[in-house]
Design a protein around this ligand. Structure first.
Ligand code: ATP
Length: 293
């Protein structure tokens, strides 16, 4: 059995994010169209004798038990009484705490890696179930592509759509806590929700203008209320692109355009306009999740 595995873990954006209510356990009932983009971390896994060691140079990424990689590996190690250990080297390209599911996608890759390296023989839905125990975005990150997520975000339907959308990803130099944004969301005040059916129809027809006008994120207003800077960034990105949207619970802003070259031009221009500590990259949607490289 191989003792090394190299996997890519892709960033996620929400083409649509709606919150419909709250369950008794305080989890929110959501409806989202999630999408992977070609921005990814590289993870180098090695089977070792014992322990779970994580090496990542990014200062915002914890190295021990707080790391989602650690949590994913230890969940399966404990459940299956695995005696071997794991070493993981992470090459971080996905901005941290950015609403791009970087930690979740690393955890998804870890589930795939230890399943192989430790010979656990779990299938995808068994991995999804373990992923959901750790974080609601993890099941999506396993297969990626375009998926409709409902319930707490872990009930998934893979949409056979494969949209080709080009965008610029603008990550400002401050973090937003997902929990804080949800805490400040008052559903009673909201009378206009994103239209998931309309977006799915537009995606099916591959109608660029219609897709853009149905990209919506219910959390955007809450995030802007707490962090007015997000509105300023939105305006700057809007001047360079056809449609702006906040990703997940923020603060990353996405600007959509209709070609790869326009996305690259927008990224170059925004780098001139915004501070050097903003992370700005052009990206394209992809139809893939965790994969070998
Ligand atoms: P989501 O969109 O799923 O809410 P996010 O993109 O907003 O996620 P992450 O990049 O996953 O946020 O980081 C959230 C927190 O998780 C960070 O503050 C970081 O300390 C912690 N974390 C734990 N493990 C990881 C990991 N492997 N990579 C990045 N962050 C991690």
């Amino acid at each position: 059995m191989a003792d090394k595995l190299q996997l890519k873990s892709y960033a996620k954006i929400n083409l649509l994010l709606d919150v419909l209510g709250k369950y008794e356990n305080d989890y929110h009932q959501v409806e989202m169209i999630m999408q992977t983009i070609d921005l990814y971390d590289k993870l180098f896994f090695t089977k070792i004798d014992s322990g779970i060691n994580i090496e990542c140079k990014h200062p915002g990424v914890p190295s021990g038990e707080k790391n989602l990689i650690y949590q994913a590996a230890s969940l399966l190690r404990d459940e299956f009484a695995v005696e071997s250990g794991l070493k993981v080297k992470v090459e971080k390209n996905i901005p941290v705490a950015a609403g791009l599911a970087g930690g979740s996608s690393n955890a998804a890759a870890t589930l795939v890696a230890v399943n192989k390296l430790w010979g656990l023989g779990l299938n995808t839905s068994e991995l999804e179930k373990r992923g959901a125990e750790l974080g609601s975005d993890i099941p999506f990150c396993l297969a990626g592509g375009t998926q409709l997520a409902t319930g707490t975000g872990t009930e998934l339907e893979k949409l056979e759509l494969d949209p080709k959308l080009d965008l610029v990803v603008v990550n400002p130099p401050f973090e937003v806590s997902t929990a804080e944004i949800y805490k400040n969301l008052n559903l009673a005040e909201i009378n206009c929700h994103p239209q998931v059916e309309k977006l799915m129809m537009a995606l099916k027809r591959d109608d660029y203008r219609d897709i853009l006008s149905n990209l919506e994120n219910l959390l955007e207003l809450v995030a802007i209320n707490r962090y007015p800077k997000i509105e300023e960034i939105k305006k700057i990105v809007a001047a360079e692109t056809d449609r702006v949207l906040m990703s997940g619970s923020g603060p990353t802003i996405l600007g959509f355009v209709n070609s790869k070259s326009k996305a690259q031009e927008a990224a170059a221009s925004l780098k001139q306009k915004l501070d050097t500590n903003y992370k700005i990259v052009s990206a394209t949607t992809v139809n893939t999740g965790v994969e070998l490289f």
